[in-house]
Every structure is written in structure tokens, then in C-alpha cells.
Design a protein around this ligand. Structure first.
Ligand SMILES: NC(=O)c1ccc[n+]([C@@H]2O[C@H](COP(=O)([O-])OP(=O)(O)OC[C@H]3O[C@@H](n4cnc5c(N)ncnc54)[C@H](OP(=O)(O)O)[C@@H]3O)[C@@H](O)[C@H]2O)c1
Length: 259
């Protein structure tokens, strides 16, 4: 099985390394910047490419890991290359529809690793859910097989299911991480050590491996402690942009526990 990677960013980097480690051959690695393409190509013993017209038809699978709003443009360009019409082309997006590829390639699909990736962070790939889908049964089988080589959890997920997962992923990952950032700003501004909050952050996440988030909710909003809420809102006058967010989240928690 030979794979060409289109995109050497956060996902291309981790996915490429894992596929290579598990014995799959990486043929070409595309990134617009030569240093990005070469950095990954060297690690996976592939050939670095910076021009999409130089992607050849020697691979069995083409994995597109570029930003969502560039997928269509990249797919359209790939289709113009000689011999590409019968190739299986997938993207790695949680939010983009698989139908973005369908107008150009009969053999299309999705290979979405449900995790947050940054080049600077190691990931435990074996535990990452790989959500796959394909227009054709044979291709789905192939994607499930490849997913199974790199992870213990590979599932067929439709476009509709993936869209739901992506909304939920933004809530649980992007939003909570942003709240950690705001918490850090509040402590730093007051000269208090943000590190003191880290065990709390970790326990918040660990708790939900054994309980529901609903059951684990604590805090002034959960207790309807209006006095403390008022005090917090007074303190947050220093950060006017946080007041609305604090109020909205407080109301959302209170609403969830209203009898
Ligand atoms: N990051 C995550 O946590 C995560 C998780 C799951 C799925 N995904 C999905 O995976 C895909 C890639 O995300 P990422 O985080 O790896 O992105 P990224 O780090 O920004 O990397 C994007 C790659 O695409 C290239 N690129 C960007 N715009 C392009 C264009 N117009 N034409 C051609 N190439 C272009 C970049 O090349 P240069 O840098 O050389 O310019 C880079 O190699 C997205 O669909 C994303 O939704 C991301």
C-alpha cells in the first residue's frame, strides 16, 4: 500500500509518521513551502513536492490534509494530473463534506483522526478514533484496514455523524482550551501562579472518564450561589470582555440543572 500525503501540517505530520511507522509506504509529500514538505518527507522516506502538478499517479491512496477551505481547490488541481482519475482520494477534515471530492473523483472518502494535533506534541495514535467513510464499499474496506493498522479504534462514520462529532469536538476541546487561556490571563494579571490551577484542570478531565459531565458539575452556578456569582462579576469588571461569557456560561449551567 503506497500513500501520497497532500499537506504536511499538524495532521499530515502525525498521520504520515504513524503510517510510515506501521509499514505503509509514503510516496510523495506535498506542502507549499519546501522546508515543510522536506521536513516530513525525510522522516517518512518520501519525496518532497511543492507543486501539485508534480503529484503522480503511483500511489494507491491520496490523503488530503490541508485547511478545510482549500480542499476543493486542491482536489480540482489533483484531478488534472495524468492517470489520477481512478485513484482513491480522501480528506482528513472533521467539518468538510466528503462530497467536496466526489465531483472530481469517483473513488472518494474521508479519513478523519478525531484528536487535536500540533506538530510540537506527541500523540498516542493507538487510542485515536479514526472516522472513515467512502463512496464505494471496496474503498471503505481499504480505509478501515489502513485505519486498523494505525489505531485500535476505527469506525465508519457518515458525513452527518462526523458533522455532529465536529460541533461537539469544538465545544469540548476548543472552547474549554480557550477558557483555560482566559483563566491564565486572569491569574497572570493578578501575579498569581496559573500552575496552581493545573491539577484542577487535569482532574476535571479525568473525572469524565468514569462519570458523566452532567453529574460532575460543581461551582457557584451549579449551587445557585448568587452572592459568589455577583462577586465574580464585580471582579471581572477589569476584563469587560469576559463578563458576557461568564454570564452566558453561568446561565447555561443554571438552565441545565433547573428542576
Ligand atoms: N489540527 C488538528 O487538530 C486537526 C484534527 C483533525 C482533523 N484536522 C483537519 O486536517 C486538515 C489539516 O489540518 P492541519 O491542522 O494539519 O492544517 P495545517 O497545520 O494548517 O497544515 C495545512 C497544510 O496544507 C497546506 N496548505 C494550506 N493551504 C493550502 C492551499 N491553499 N493549497 C495547498 N496547500 C495548502 C500547508 O502548506 P504550507 O504550510 O507549506 O503552506 C500545510 O502543509 C484540515 O482539514 C483539518 O480540519 C485537523
Amino acid at each position: 500500500m503506497t500513500i501520497t500525503l497532500i499537506g504536511a501540517g499538524n495532521v499530515g505530520y502525525h498521520l504520515g509518521k504513524r503510517l510510515y511507522k506501521k509499514g505503509l509506504t509514503i510516496h510523495q509529500v506535498f506542502s507549499r513551502e519546501i522546508k515543510h514538505a522536506e521536513f516530513l518527507a525525510k522522516k517518512v522516506k518520501g519525496v518532497a513536492v511543492t507543486d501539485l502538478t508534480n503529484i503522480d499517479a503511483q500511489a494507491d491512496l491520496y490523503i488530503i490534509a490541508v485547511r478545510d477551505d482549500s480542499i476543493s481547490e486542491v482536489v480540482a488541481k489533483l484531478r488534472q494530473n495524468k492517470g489520477m482519475n481512478r485513484k482513491l482520494v480522501v480528506h482528513t477534515s472533521g467539518a468538510a463534506n466528503s462530497q467536496l471530492i466526489a465531483p472530481y473523483f469517483k473513488r472518494y472518502g474521508v479519513f478523519y483522526p478525531l484528536q487535536t494535533f500540533s506538530k510540537s506534541r506527541k500523540v498516542k495514535f493507538a487510542t485515536i478514533p479514526i472516522c472513515v467513510d467512502a463512496g464505494r464499499k471496496k474503498d471503505l474496506k481499504m480505509l478501515l484496514k489502513i485505519g486498523g493498522k494505525i489505531s485500535e479504534k476505527v469506525t465508519k462514520i457518515t458525513d452527518e455523524e462526523r458533522a455532529v462529532l465536529h460541533v461537539a469536538a469544538v465545544m469540548v476541546n476548543n472552547f474549554s482550551n480557550h477558557l483555560f487561556h482566559l483563566g491564565q490571563q486572569i491569574t497572570v494579571e493578578a501575579g498569581v501562579d496559573f500552575g496552581l490551577l493545573k491539577p484542577l484542570i487535569l482532574e476535571t478531565v479525568l473525572k469524565i472518564s468514569q462519570h458523566t459531565p452532567y453529574d460532575m458539575q460543581t461551582g457557584p452556578a451549579r449551587r445557585n450561589d448568587e452572592k459568589t456569582i455577583k462577586k465574580h462579576l464585580e471582579y471581572l469588571q477589569k476584563f469587560p470582555e469576559f463578563v458576557q461569557l461568564y454570564t452566558l456560561l453561568t446561565k447555561s449551567i443554571q438552565h441545565a440543572y433547573r428542576r
